[in-house]
Ligand binder design. Structure first.
Ligand code: MG
Length: 160
C-alpha cells in the first residue's frame, strides 16, 4: 500500500467588473471579481483538485457539478472542507500543500497570510503545512491583461 501520494490542481476564472473577489476565502477589495457558478475562489478550487487528484478521485467538477443548483454561489472553502473529508476518511492526511496564484492586480501579498490561515483552519492542519505564493505574469496573457486569474496547487498526502 502506498505511503505517500502527490496531487496537482489548476484552476482559472474570468474577472468582471462589479463582482466579488474571493481568494483563499479572503474577500479582497477590488473593482473586478470572479465570474463563476460558485464564488470562483480559484485557490480553493486548485487545492481541492490537487487533493482529489492525489487519490485519483476525479475533480471538483465531478463532485460538485456546476449544472447543479445545489452549488450555485457555493462557498468554495466549504467545498474544500468536504473534499478534505474524503481524503481523511480514506486514511490520508496532508503533509503539505504549496500553491501559487497568478494575477496581475491587486497586490496579493497583504492577503497571503489570511489565505494560509483560512485554508489551514478549513483543513484543521497547522498553518506551516500551507504555503501560498502569488505572482504576476508580467502583463502577458489573460492574467496579465486582467481578464482572469489562475491558481496552481500541489499537495503531498501521507498515511495517517
Ligand atoms: Mg473553478
Amino acid at each position: 500500500m502506498d505511503a505517500i501520494r502527490i496531487g496537482h490542481g489548476y484552476d482559472v476564472h474570468a474577472l468582471q467588473e462589479g463582482l466579488p473577489l474571493v481568494i483563499g476565502g479572503v474577500v479582497i477589495e477590488h473593482e473586478k471579481g470572479f465570474v463563476a457558478h460558485s464564488d470562483g475562489d480559484v485557490l480553493a478550487h486548485a487545492l481541492s483538485d490537487a487533493l482529489l487528484g492525489a487519490l485519483s478521485l476525479g475533480d471538483i467538477g465531478l463532485h460538485f457539478p456546476d449544472t447543479s443548483g445545489e452549488w450555485k454561489g457555493a462557498d468554495s472553502m466549504e467545498l474544500l472542507r468536504q473534499v478534505y473529508g474524503m481524503v481523511t476518511s480514506r486514511g490520508w492526511t496532508l503533509a503539505n500543500a504549496d500553491m501559487t496564484v497568478l494575477m496581475q492586480r491587486p497586490k496579493l501579498r497583504p492577503h497571503i497570510d489570511r489565505m494560509r490561515e483560512n485554508i489551514a483552519r478549513t483543513l484543521d492542519v497547522p498553518v506551516d503545512k500551507v504555503s501560498v505564493k502569488a505572482t504576476t505574469e508580467e502583463r502577458l496573457g489573460f492574467t496579465g491583461a486582467e481578464q482572469g486569474a489562475a491558481a496552481h496547487a500541489v499537495v503531498l498526502l501521507v498515511r495517517r
